[in-house]
Design a protein around this ligand. Structure first.
Ligand code: ADP
Ligand code: ZN
Ligand code: ZN
Length: 724
């Protein structure tokens, strides 16, 4: 027997299928991980096929050394998915297979956890000497505790006693695998009666196709998801539900645990390696039937899927920006079609791309037009910060926001303030010569963090001393840039010294379970104010939040990216959705320096359809996705000359395509990336914009050109989210 094997190395030269002999004494099946000899080394590999015949000279083939696991870690569906992704995203096979396994498992860093257990086998106490008190106590303890206990539970009686009982046959010693379970807050499952739109959604979503579930914030999408999953389970099938990492709130997790118990497995970045491995194994074995997690949970080893859900489908985090780069939507679509089940894309603010697909009939649109509690959406008041400045208020907070905050505090209620920048202020700049402090490795400006009085690079984490004088001209006249979360908190404390103010951003949530601590502290603070970045925008359901303040709405608007308006609309809608979720009416104060921008008009009226039409029109006339396709080819290396040469070679070849394809290539240019260096790697790129009808064909040719020219990896991105 011969095995086709992919070597588990992320190297371009090894990106092909190798053949090995299967020794007679190894029962290898497709999907198993194995050790193989490779040159003078022993490497890990994946068996992706078995054959009676080999395609090469048999005498030159080597033998598989041994199995790594005794089960096939890669299931058949995942092998098909690997082929699909390799073609779609032009990725290396090994780099795709790596996505399918917990990384610690590949590195051999986690194993099943076994604990020693003792079971009471024989209660015949006459075998025990009368003075062996400890032994009698153990028998008593086990009799009263279900007849079985772990060695740590029994350790108080001493190992000698345990051993004596085991030797007499009174206890039986066994090693039992124990699963490490992620911590989840416990809560009661509350049952609600679905309203008519929810019922309609559940009854509609039955077929093997993609549904776009467009429901306003608070419309009860989660309840719909639960019903859909429940139905899949009752049909003997399984489910995957994806939520963005930042909205994997303790609340969502505990609600699902409360409803589905141990059938739920959680996969998210807050788990320890052991927990992640055990949750993965529970899914693999079929013990757990619902995978809930962030992006990577789409690769959960579940068979027989009956439902796949992507909540907040418009979220950027569904597109992986590090390697391998892929779009979760494509993977979900593949798995749904493979299993013949519905795929549900849920959002209050679908991406323009998805809504366009619904409009053209590729997705079926299902709507939840009202809030489940029957309440109006909170009123959004737009505050013109330029006019605040003209009337003498140059602070962070408008007079309106301060008055509303005071009101919330008087009524012992809660407010959330959203500012999408962590740290104290965005940069330090010399007022006299214009010098800006930048990271030496990354060519981006540094962010001032007052708490530890340091400047930090948000790309590589490097820290620097703060500027007290300009290193260039010596001036001491240093200006702080735009406001960040830390500064909002410190200013709030000046205005409201007695009120509990909490902060949630990457800096305050880096330790395990820090999220949960902050959120539960906030829940118990009346009055209380939570200041945060994107992390507070999604998913949270706090009944006492009656006010939401958006400190600087323009922040996401003026970025050189065709999706920045769309993103701004989405953020405003999401953040606003946090207010007024129960009895009390909610309100939103939106501060902007450009109050007349169309995005604010549509967002403040919750007019998604109006916004979509406007944006669709702009994209169509300016020839941007979804009406065209953007392809970015990113070259990066420590050696600047090498990347520049490579760029030049590729560009020259691609220009020839332009001659051949003419207008089909709307735009083609080569340039330095906007961030010219990250972690000391120089970054250059080729940008292309393609008409849709020939896009696949042109893409293929571009892949080929770049592959032939480059000895290292180059990154391809289709409609990239982030152009930095
Ligand atoms: P969304 O995810 O659409 O923003 P949620 O799923 O968080 O909305 O639901 C908002 C609130 O409405 C939750 O507290 C939920 O328990 C409640 N809810 C959902 N469906 C119903 C219903 N049919 N009747 C009453 N309350 C409901
Ligand atoms: Zn200066
Ligand atoms: Zn840096």
């Amino acid at each position: 027997m011969f095995a086709k094997i992919i070597i588990d190395q992320d190297a371009k030269a090894l990106d092909k299928v190798f053949e090995y002999i299967v020794p007679d004494n190894l029962d290898i099946v497709v999907g198993m991980r194995v050790y193989v000899p490779f040159g003078s080394r022993v490497l890990q590999g994946f068996v992706i096929g078995l054959d009676e015949h080999c395609e090469y000279d048999e005498s030159k083939l080597k033998k598989i050394i041994s199995k790594i696991d005794d089960f096939p870690a890669i299931k058949e569906e995942m092998l098909a998915l690997m082929q699909f992704m390799a073609k779609k995203n032009h990725l290396k096979l090994a780099s795709i297979l790596r996505l399918f396994l917990p990384s610690e498992m590949r590195e051999g860093k986690v194993k099943e956890l076994f604990e020693t257990y003792y079971t009471l086998n024989d209660k015949n106490e006459s075998k025990i000497q009368k003075n062996a008190k400890k032994q009698l106590e153990i028998v008593d303890f086990l009799t009263n505790n279900g007849g079985r206990a772990s060695s740590s539970q029994l350790s108080q009686y001493g190992y000698g006693a345990i051993k004596a009982l085991t030797e007499k046959g009174i206890l039986i010693k066994e090693k039992i695998e124990v699963k490490r379970k992620p911590f989840v807050l416990s809560t009661q499952s509350k049952r609600v009666v679905l309203n008519s739109s929810q019922k309609n959604a559940v009854n509609t979503i039955t077929e093997n196709k993609t549904y776009l579930l467009n429901g306003v914030t608070g419309s009860g999408k989660t309840e719909v998801y639960m019903h859909l999953i429940e139905r899949a389970l009752s049909q003997g099938k399984n489910a995957i539900m994806l939520v963005p990492e930042i909205s994997l709130t303790p609340q969502i997790m505990s609600n699902f645990k409360a409803r589905f118990g141990d059938a739920v497995a959680l996969l998210h970045s807050g788990l320890s390696a052991g927990e992640r491995f055990d949750e993965w194994k529970r899914l693999f074995s079929g013990e757990a039937r619902i995978a809930i997690g962030a992006r990577s949970a789409i690769f959960a080893p579940i068979e027989n899927l009956g439902m796949i859900i992507i909540d907040e489908e418009h979220e950027q985090s569904y597109i992986s920006e590090s390697n391998p780069r892929f779009d979760t939507h494509d993977v979900a679509q593949f798995r749904a079609r493979y299993n013949g089940c519905p795929l549900v894309l849920g959002s209050a603010t679908p991406s323009i791309e998805s809504y366009e697909k619904a409009k053209q009939g590729q997705y079926q649109l299902v709507e939840l037009p009202v809030r489940a509690n029957g309440r109006e959406l909170p009123k959004i008041q737009i505050i013109d910060m330029m006019s605040e400045i003209r009337t003498g208020n140059s602070g962070i907070f408008s007079n309106q926001l301060l008055a509303d905050l005071a009101n919330v505090i008087n009524h012992k209620k809660q407010a959330m303030l959203f500012i999408n920048r962590r740290g104290y202020s965005s940069f330090q700049r010399c007022r006299d010569c214009g010098y800006i402090a930048k990271c030496l490795d990354c060519d981006v400006s540094l962010v001032y963090h007052r708490e530890d009085n340091r400047l930090k690079c948000h790309y590589c984490g490097k820290q620097y001393k703060v500027l007290d004088r300009c290193p260039k001209c010596g001036s001491e006249n240093i200006k702080q840039g735009a406001v960040g979360t830390e500064q909002v908190v410190s200013k709030l404390k000046e205005y409201f010294p007695d009120v509990k103010v909490l902060r949630m951003d990457n800096d305050t949530t880096s330790t395990k379970n820090a999220h949960q601590k902050i959120l539960s502290e906030f829940r118990n603070s009346l009055p209380g104010i939570l200041v945060g970045t994107q992390m507070i925008a999604k998913g949270h359901d706090f009944e006492n939040v009656v006010l939401v303040g958006i400190i600087d709405a323009d922040q996401s608007l003026y970025q050189a990216d065709y999706r920045s308006t769309e993103r701004t609309f989405q953020l405003i809608t999401q953040v606003s959705g946090r207010a007024g979720r129960s009895e009390d009416e909610g309100k939103v104060v939106l501060q902007t320096y450009s109050p007349r921008h169309y995005v604010y008009k549509f967002a403040s009226n919750y007019d998604y359809k109006g916004f979509f039409r406007k944006e669709e029109n702009i994209r169509q006339t300016s020839q941007f996705p979804p009406f065209t396709r953007i392809l970015r080819i990113l070259f990066s290396d420590h050696d600047e000359n090498y990347v520049r040469e490579l760029l030049k070679v590729c560009y020259t070849e691609i220009e020839k395509l332009k001659e051949q394809y003419g207008d089909e290539i709307i735009y083609l240019d080569a340039m330095k990336s906007p961030i010219k260096r990250i972690q000391n790697k120089y970054r250059y790129q080729i940008m292309m914009r393609l008409k849709l009808d020939k896009a696949d064909e042109i893409e293929e040719k571009v892949f080929e050109i770049v592959d032939n020219a480059s000895k290292t990896s180059v990154f391809f991105e289709i409609n990239p989210q982030n152009l930095s």
